[in-house]
Design a binder for this molecule. Structure first.
Ligand code: HMG
Length: 425
C-alpha cells in the first residue's frame, strides 16, 4: 500500500514579508531620568534605553495591529483574500472574550474563509503564533494560502517603578508562507523550555504589569541557557555558526547579558577566536534599534529586533541567524533561520526608519495625560470624534454601550472614500 504521507513533501516555511507600526509619539528616557531624579546614565547606559513609544488617544493594540498589517499588504500587494489564517500574539487584550484578530480581520477586508484567533503567552505569544501559522502554511489545508501573524503590545508599568523606563508600544506583522522569500525557518529542531515562575505578570484587574525585575532577568538567562544547549545538542550549531543572534529585547542591556551568557557557555575568547565586544558588535548590535527607539514591545520585541537587523541593511541570502524568544511566566524557544533570495530588497528598506522620523516628542505633562487616557480607554463612555486619514488609517474612538468603536480606511481605499466603522450598535 502506498504511504500517502511520504508523497506529501514538506515545503520550506517561514517569513515572506514583515512590517512594523510605530506609534506617533515618544517620550525621552533622559527626561524621565531627570524627573525621577535618577542619574540619566542608569537608564541610557545601565539599561541602554533611549526613547519610549507612547500611544496617542486614538491608538490602541487593535489599531496598531491593523496598521502593521496594512503596511505589509500595501508593500507586498497581496490580495487580502489570499490570507487563510490570522493570529494575533498579544498580552494587551482589549476584551476578555472577543479577539483583537476579529477586529483586524474586518479592518483589512480579509476573506470570511479565514481562521482567526488571539494567542496569549506573555512575550512568547508572537513566537507561539508564528509556529502555529508555520504548521498551517506548510500543511495541505493551506493550499497555497498565506498566514498573517501580528504581534501587538503596550508595555505599561506603574509610575516611578523600576520597569517604567522600559515601557513601549508597537506592532509587527509577519506574512507566513510556504517557500518564503525573506527568512526560511528551521522546523527540524524544537528547542523549547517551559517553567512556571512568578517573574512578571498582569492580573486581569490591572492595566500595569507587576514584575520581580531582577528575578525576571535570571529566569530569562536560565531559559536561554536551557534552550541554547538543547538546540546545540540537536543540531550541533553554536554561537560561532550564526551571523546574527536576535534576542527578545525588553531593554538593550538584556541583549548584552544574553550574548554574554552564550559567549561564556562557549568558552569565551580563546574558544571563539574573537573578543566578546567584537562578537557582540557583529552579531547583536544591529538588532537593537527598535529596543532603543521604542522600548519593550513585549510579544513584538523579537520581531522588532529582526526588523532592526533588516533596517541595518547588510544582510545576504543564505546567512544563518538564531532567534531567542522569552515570555515571562515562562515559555521560551531558541530557533534558527536562513535569509532567502528577497533579502536584498529588505536591506535598509523596511519602512521602520521613516516611521521614526514622523514621530513627535511629547512633554512630561502629555506623557501623564496619555497614560490617563490609556487607563480610561478600557472604560465604557470614553469617546472622541475623529476621522481616519492616510497617515492614520485606523482610529480607536472609544467605548459606547460597551462596544469598542473604530473608524478606518480599508487597504486600497482612498482617503476621500467612505470610511469603515466598527462597533456601532
Ligand atoms: P533597577 O533594579 O532599578 O536597576 O531596574 P538596576 O539597579 O539593576 O540597574 C540597572 C543597570 O544600570 C545595572 O547594570 C546597573 O549597574 C546600572 P547591570 O549591573 O545589570 O549591568 N547602573 C548604572 N549604569 C550607569 N550609570 C549609572 C548607573 N546606575 C546603575 N549611574 C530592571 C532594572 C531591569 C529590574 C527594571 O527595569 C525592571 O523591572 N524591568 C522590567 C522587567 C524586565 O524587563 N525584565 C527582563 C527579563 S523578563 C522579560 O524579558 C519578559 C518581559 O518582556 C515580559 C513578558 O514576557 O511579557 C519583561
Amino acid at each position: 500500500m502506498t504511504n500517502t504521507r511520504s508523497l506529501h513533501t514538506i515545503p520550506t516555511v517561514g517569513i515572506d514579508a514583515v512590517s512594523i507600526f510605530v506609534p506617533h509619539h515618544y517620550f525621552s528616557i533622559e527626561e524621565l531620568a531627570h524627573i525621577r531624579n535618577v542619574d540619566a546614565e542608569k537608564f541610557t547606559v545601565g539599561l541602554g534605553c533611549s526613547k519610549m513609544a507612547i500611544l496617542g488617544p486614538t491608538e490602541d493594540p487593535v489599531t496598531m495591529a491593523a496598521g502593521a498589517a496594512r503596511g505589509l499588504i500595501d508593500r507586498t500587494g497581496i490580495d487580502p483574500r489570499e490570507v487563510g489564517m490570522l493570529i494575533v500574539g498579544t498580552e494587551s487584550a482589549v476584551d476578555e472574550s472577543k479577539p483583537i484578530a476579529v477586529y483586524v480581520h474586518e479592518m483589512l477586508g480579509l476573506s470570511p474563509r479565514c481562521r482567526v484567533m488571539d494567542l496569549k503567552n506573555a512575550c512568547y505569544a508572537g513566537t507561539a503564533a508564528l509556529r502555529a501559522a508555520m504548521a498551517w502554511a506548510a500543511s495541505p489545508a493551506a493550499a497555497g494560502r498565506k498566514a498573517l501573524v501580528i504581534t501587538t503590545d503596550v508595555a505599561y508599568y506603574d509610575l516611578a517603578s523600576p520597569g517604567e523606563p522600559t515601557q513601549g508600544a508597537a506592532a509587527v506583522a509577519l506574512l507566513v508562507t510556504a517557500n518564503p522569500q525573506l527568512l526560511v525557518i528551521d522546523t527540524q529542531a524544537e528547542a523549547v523550555y517551559t517553567r512556571e515562575v512568578m517573574d512578571f505578570w498582569r492580573p486581569t484587574y490591572r492595566n500595569s504589569a507587576l514584575v520581580d525585575g531582577h528575578f525576571s532577568l535570571e529566569c530569562y538567562l536560565e531559559s536561554l541557557r536551557a534552550c541554547y544547549q538543547m538546540h546545540k545538542e540537536m543540531t550541533g550549531l553554536s554561537l560561532a555558526d550564526f551571523r546574527h543572534v536576535v534576542f527578545h529585547t525588553p531593554f538593550p542591556k538584556m541583549a548584552h547579558k544574553a550574548h554574554h551568557r552564550l559567549f561564556e557557555l562557549e568558552g569565551g575568547r580563546l574558544a571563539l577566536g574573537m573578543s566578546e565586544e567584537d562578537s557582540f558588535h557583529w552579531k547583536v548590535e544591529p538588532t537593537l534599534g527598535a529596543a532603543r527607539e521604542l522600548g519593550n514591545v513585549y510579544a513584538a520585541s523579537l520581531f522588532a529586533a529582526l526588523i532592526s537587523l533588516l533596517e541595518d541593511g547588510k544582510l545576504q541570502a543564505g546567512q544563518q541567524i538564531a532567534l531567542f524568544s522569552y515570555g515571562s511566566g515562562s515559555s521560551s524557544e531558541f530557533f534558527t533561520g536562513r535569509f532567502g533570495p528577497a533579502i536584498a530588497a529588505w536591506n535598509g528598506n523596511t519602512g521602520f526608519s521613516d516611521q521614526l522620523t514622523r514621530r513627535r516628542r511629547i512633554s512630561y505633562e502629555e506623557y501623564l495625560f496619555y497614560r490617563a487616557a490609556y487607563e480610561q480607554r478600557n472604560r465604557d463612555g470614553y469617546f472622541v470624534e475623529d476621522q481616519p486619514t492616510e497617515e492614520s488609517p485606523y482610529l480607536f474612538l472609544g467605548i459606547k454601550n460597551h462596544r469598542r468603536q473604530y473608524a478606518f480606511l480599508p487597504p486600497g481605499r482612498a482617503a476621500d472614500a467612505s470610511t469603515g466603522v466598527l462597533g456601532e450598535p
